[in-house]
Design a protein around this ligand. Structure first.
Ligand code: BES
Ligand code: ZN
Ligand code: ZN
Length: 479
């Protein structure tokens, strides 16, 4: 999907034109004349369509001004593109809505994001590609200068689609090595520094928590470090860290069969980390950024780690592994301890860490855990703007106490019953970041969706986290 900008034209023929209207705003006479009275009032998400002068017009309700939120624009764009797809239109014309309190660039950015996100559908594994139609271009009609908003929206939308597309690969395709290859490709394209630590390196470095999780798999693990603006030492350093479990079977503490296929998405944190580095580098944010991820499968086998095993993590702390399915916190323990050594201004980690997160917040908000109010605020505000919303969860010392072990320093589950499961998981990570400002995003509830959405496809990986963290980094870099 490409986005073009043109001056408003009234001589269009045989095309699709979409227009968003506030509640109470008048439609052109050609529309009101053919409409049943009251059929369209401009309520949020309401649609009205008619043909005029050979053009298909679609009107989309933005609702009341006082309830307006930017995401309605993404939904508008997504709905328009979905309509265009259904009617097999190669091009969709959209009039840039003017909304009080928002700049044209903000509106254009949201419109661009919605259009680009709605244009993605995972068809790469279908043998008959011709059965699928894609809208090629969205043309925004406006007199305003919106080049900057469109550029930003394109980078963010495409970076998010990059995450969705790779995440969709199942575990027989997206192996840890493939993740490393993707990172190498990204480094080459975006001129980034890259280091790939292979299994032998991890052994030498005593990254025993990553190695313990990997023990049951025939595929070797990797720890990857991407570096943006590596040599610009004058710029502040930030880090994003991701969980890259290419398949989470649970290991010896094996998961039930039902729904296990969704554990291909357990690499989302790692892939999102790459998406964030891609976006930040293409937007040329004035920061240095480390993108760090550990990748491995979590498999049961004769060589797999067992419940009760005790390991010494990279940081020197000893861990009693009471449940091999709590593997994300193990690989993150080493990745975070390594990243914290670099003393960044802040570390943000992303992980599909706990099923308990879905119990707590469902699918609409990301769990945020942090030792720092400024980082939390940047993420909260970025969440409201990008509609990748977060909610801060507690990290009191009582939760940290819950991870104390009988035979080692800490255990990898807080309680047998799973009480406060996502909090004790975050408290476990907290043991490995020292005093570096840090935020953990538990994205288990948002990494994929199973129901209809106006700009994300009906089923599959969402790429949520890219726009959120990029926006938060931009906010932090300005302060
Ligand atoms: N990858 C899972 C968490 C998860 C579950 C993500 C469902 C998305 C959907 C994680 O590794 C895990 O298995 N966590 C366990 C922890 C428990 C054993 C303490 C969980 O949540 O059940
Ligand atoms: Zn697990
Ligand atoms: Zn997992």
């Amino acid at each position: 999907m490409e986005i073009e900008i043109t001056q408003p034209k009234d001589n269009l023929k045989n095309t699709m034109i979409v227009k968003a209207v506030m509640q109470g705003e008048a439609l052109p006479p050609f529309a009101t004349e053919v409409m049943n009275k009251g059929a369209f009032e401009g309520k949020t998400g309401q649609l009205f369509s008619t043909v005029h002068n050979s053009n298909r017009y679609i009107f989309y309700g933005l609702g009341e001004q006082k309830e307006f939120e930017l995401d309605t624009i993404r939904r508008f764009a997504g709905t328009a593109v979905n309509y265009g797809t259904g009617m097999k239109n190669e091009k969709v014309y959209a009039e840039l809505p003017i909304v009080k309190g928002y700049t044209s660039n903000e509106i254009a950015q949201a419109l661009t994001e919605g259009a680009i996100l709605a244009s993605y559908k995972c068809i790469k594994f279908k043998s008959k590609q011709d059965d699928y139609f894609e809208v090629k271009t969205t043309i925004i009609q406006t007199k305003e200068n919106i080049a900057e908003g469109v550029k930003k929206g394109s980078v963010l939308g495409k970076s998010q689609n990059f995450v969705r597309d790779f995440n969709e690969n199942p575990a027989n395709i997206a192996t840890p090595q493939k993740l490393a290859e993707l990172a190498k490709e990204l480094a080459k394209q975006n001129k980034l520094g890259i280091t790939v630590f292979e299994k032998e390196d991890l052994k030498k470095m005593k990254m025993n928590a990553i190695l313990a999780v990997n023990q049951g798999s025939v595929l070797p693990p990797v720890l990857v470090i991407l570096e943006y603006n590596k040599d610009k030492k004058e710029l502040p350093l930030y880090a994003v860290v991701g969980k890259g479990i290419t398949f989470d079977s649970g290991g010896i503490s094996i998961k039930p069969a039902k729904g296990m296929q969704e554990m291909k998405y357990d690499k989302t944190g790692a892939v999102t980390t790459m998406g964030i580095v891609k976006a930040v580098s293409e937007l040329q944010l004035p920061i240095r950024l480390l993108g760090v991820f550990a990748a491995t499968e979590n498999m049961p086998s004769g060589t797999a780690q067992r419940p009760g095993d005790i390991i010494t993590a990279y940081s020197g702390k000893t861990i009693e592994v009471l449940n091999t399915d709590a593997e994300g916190r193990l690989i993150l323990a080493d990745a975070l301890a390594y990243t914290a050594e670099k003393k960044p201004e802040a570390i943000i980690d992303l992980a599909t860490l706990t099923g308990a997160m879905i119990i707590a917040l469902g699918h609409y908000r990301i769990g945020l855990f942090s030792n720092n109010d400024k980082v939390s605020k940047a993420l909260f505000d970025a969440g409201e703007k990008t509609f990748e919303r977060v909610w801060r969860m507690p990290l009191d010392k009582e939760y940290i106490e819950m991870n104390k072990a009988d035979f080692a320093d800490i255990k990898n589950i807080g309680s047998e019953m799973g009480e406060a499961g996502s909090i004790t998981a975050a408290a476990f990570l907290h043991e490995f970041i020292g005093d570096v400002p840090w935020a953990h995003l538990d994205i288990a509830g948002v990494d994929n969706i199973q129901e209809k959405h106006p700009y994300l496809s009906a089923k599959g990986a969402t790429g949520i986290g890219v726009r959120l963290v990029t926006e938060a980094l931009e906010r932090m870099s300005k302060k």
